[in-house]
Design a protein around this ligand. Structure first.
Ligand code: THG
Length: 374
């Protein structure tokens, strides 16, 4: 039996504009994200984590595709697909939003960028937002144009990221505020430069606007980052769990609504514009969510590898939910994770457990985030 199968490289799964560079710099694992190869690690999960936590790393996150919405109704269209009030979003600003379907289920959790009035990008997680948006736009007669533009994000993350960026674009990079961006050129390469990223560390995201120039952009960062010990890496499970960021497809799906995820702050039921999930979310808010997303600590020896399954979590021998992500955190020196469980009536934090390799381990519920460095 083949215990180590590989995903075949063909033309059906897309390659990002940075693909060649990632191969050159020794990528060892890929996942598939929005039907595109996306690196998961280079040296080892631990080495990559240490570079991110202590120095600076560069990530090919081209799989975070953009869905561009333009046209007369672009703003009210975005208002319609999210429960968050985006009317205060300024040109040059990002917002984290949830897209929700009619019953309140989460379709995706993109970063919204406002490039101009009635010109937005949704920088999406792994689900079919382009088709969902096109379906809604045509069924409701919105005057919008919806495309996937030639735009691919490259992330620069880690405590030394501001120094690397300063070297490339100048001192203003350090003053760019979190979740704001500027449209610029780096050595004639058109990009959108944002202060953002999925790591809990300092960092930027550089949205490349010409797929032909990906490897050139990558080398500019590698050269500038050399003196800061830059290393290629990827979205890091340890850092993002430490800082309590969720991953669509793992920690949330269409089966969860924003209240299940404790994302009340991204729902504005009173907002001015109509939105698809309004009635459903009003009802859920009134009756109370059935699930809750919690941070957990798993007692016992360090997990050396990622747990690739949603393991059931038990209380009194009864399955009360599932563990959606878990890792060993070298900084916190414990196993931490996220779980989706039946909403508790009382704040009971002890007495839970999971089963792994015929062993039962104790699980405790903890406050999120575990760690914030910014
Ligand atoms: N960057 C870009 N696109 C993306 C991601 C990204 N698309 C997919 C996925 N990641 C979307 N998920 C998130 C989750 C959290 C955040 C960003 C994208 C995030 N959260 C901040 C926090 O938790 O502190 C801020 C949230 C807030 O507004 O309060 O940054 O990483 N381009």
């Amino acid at each position: 039996m083949n215990t180590n199968p590989e995903i075949t490289f063909g033309t059906r799964i897309r390659k990002s504009p940075f693909f060649e560079s990632t191969m050159k710099w020794g990528v060892k694992g890929f996942t598939v994200y929005n039907k595109m190869f996306m690196p998961t690690y280079y040296k080892s999960y631990l080495d990559d984590y240490l570079s991110l936590a202590n120095d600076v790393t560069i990530w090919d996150v081209g799989g975070e595709r953009q869905v561009e919405i333009t046209g007369k109704d672009a703003e009210i269209f975005i208002e319609y697909i999210t429960p968050r009030d985006i009317s205060q979003c300024k040109v040059g600003q990002c917002m984290y939003i949830l897209l929700t379907e009619k019953n309140g289920g989460v379709v995706n959790d993109p970063v919204l960028l406002k490039l101009a009035n009635n010109h937005y990008w949704l920088s999406i997680a792994d689900s079919d937002v382009l088709l969902w948006c096109k379906g809604i736009a045509s069924s409701k007669d919105f005057d919008v144009k919806i495309i996937e533009p030639d735009v691919s994000p490259l992330a620069l993350q880690g405590p030394k990221a501001p120094q690397v960026m300063e070297k490339i674009v100048g001192s203003w990079a350090k003053d760019l505020k979190f979740f704001y961006f500027k449209e610029i050129e780096i050595n004639k390469i058109p990009v959108v430069l944002a202060r953002s990223g999925w790591s809990g560390e300092a960092g930027y995201e550089v949205y490349l606007r010409d797929g032909k120039l990906g490897n050139k952009l990558w080398e500019i960062f590698m050269d500038a980052g050399k003196e800061f010990k830059i290393a290629p890496a990827a979205p890091n499970q340890i850092c993002r769990i430490e800082c309590g960021m969720l991953s669509y497809g793992s920690d949330m799906t269409l089966e969860e609504n924003p209240y299940d995820l404790n994302f009340d702050k991204f729902v504005n039921l009173e907002k001015k514009h109509e939105f698809l999930a309004k009635n459903a979310l009003i009802k859920i808010n009134k009756n109370g969510a059935k699930k809750e997303l919690v941070g957990i600590e798993i007692l016992g020896d360090p997990f050396l590898d990622y747990v690739g399954d949603h393991l059931p979590m038990y209380f009194d021998q009864k399955s009360i939910g599932k563990i959606t992500s878990s890792v060993y955190s070298p900084r916190l020196k414990k196993n931490i994770g996220l779980a989706l469980i039946e909403r508790r009536k009382q704040d009971i934090v002890k007495g839970y457990n999971l089963k792994i390799n015929n062993q039962s381990l104790e699980v405790r519920i903890c406050k999120l985030p575990f760690l914030r460095n910014k």
